[in-house]
Design a protein around this ligand. Structure first.
Ligand SMILES: NC(=O)c1ccc[n+]([C@@H]2O[C@H](COP(=O)([O-])OP(=O)(O)OC[C@H]3O[C@@H](n4cnc5c(N)ncnc54)[C@H](OP(=O)(O)O)[C@@H]3O)[C@@H](O)[C@H]2O)c1
Length: 140
């Protein structure tokens, strides 16, 4: 989908699934999180949502949905900090899924294992950050 023939109904759907749904999940489960031991929200984002790293344009629907998710994650981190809840935006890397395709360097197992290891290490200092699967910070 390129500039000049954007599908605005599809854009609305992508925002609903990628941006609004994760925030709605946080609202729905915040009391459970607050009562739990590992109070962590991990929103699966994408480096495609980075404004700083967008050097080749296009991908309006996906980029904006993930940039908006990143912005929402930052607000969750601030708003829920006093309840001891950590919120991070994590890019899984380029992964060999239906979306990532066969040329991606990471298997789903490798990506998930790295994200699980990252979650184990998260502290309140990480909250509000935009991280890659290996814990590297990504520019907004
Ligand atoms: N793969 C990558 O390289 C890569 C890179 C950066 C970020 N990500 C992010 O990682 C996450 C997982 O991506 P993936 O690579 O696993 O993608 P994928 O292979 O395309 O799988 C997407 C999954 O989302 C489900 N889904 C799609 N629309 C849905 C909806 N409206 N309601 C409920 N479920 C829905 C699909 O369900 P069905 O199977 O039932 O259709 C499928 O299980 C996504 O947030 C993606 O943006 C992926």
């Amino acid at each position: 989908m390129v500039f000049g023939s954007l599908d605005y109904a599809a854009w609305t759907d992508v925002m609903a699934v990628n941006t609004i749904a994760p925030v709605k999940m946080a609202e729905a489960f915040v009391e459970h999180l607050a009562a739990g031991r590992r109070k962590t929200i991990v929103n699966i984002t994408s480096e495609m949502g980075s404004l700083a790293n967008n050097t080749d344009g296009r991908h309006y629907l996906y980029r904006t949905s993930k940039a908006a998710l990143n912005a929402a994650t930052r607000s969750l981190a601030i708003d829920l900090a006093d309840r001891g809840i950590i919120a991070v935006a994590v890019c899984p890397g380029w992964v060999r899924t239906d979306m990532g395709g066969p040329d991606a360097p990471l298997s789903p197992e490798e990506s998930v294992a790295a994200i699980r290891a990252l979650i184990e290490k998260l502290t309140p200092e990480h909250s509000g950050k935009f991280l890659s699967h290996d814990g590297t910070g990504i520019s907004w």
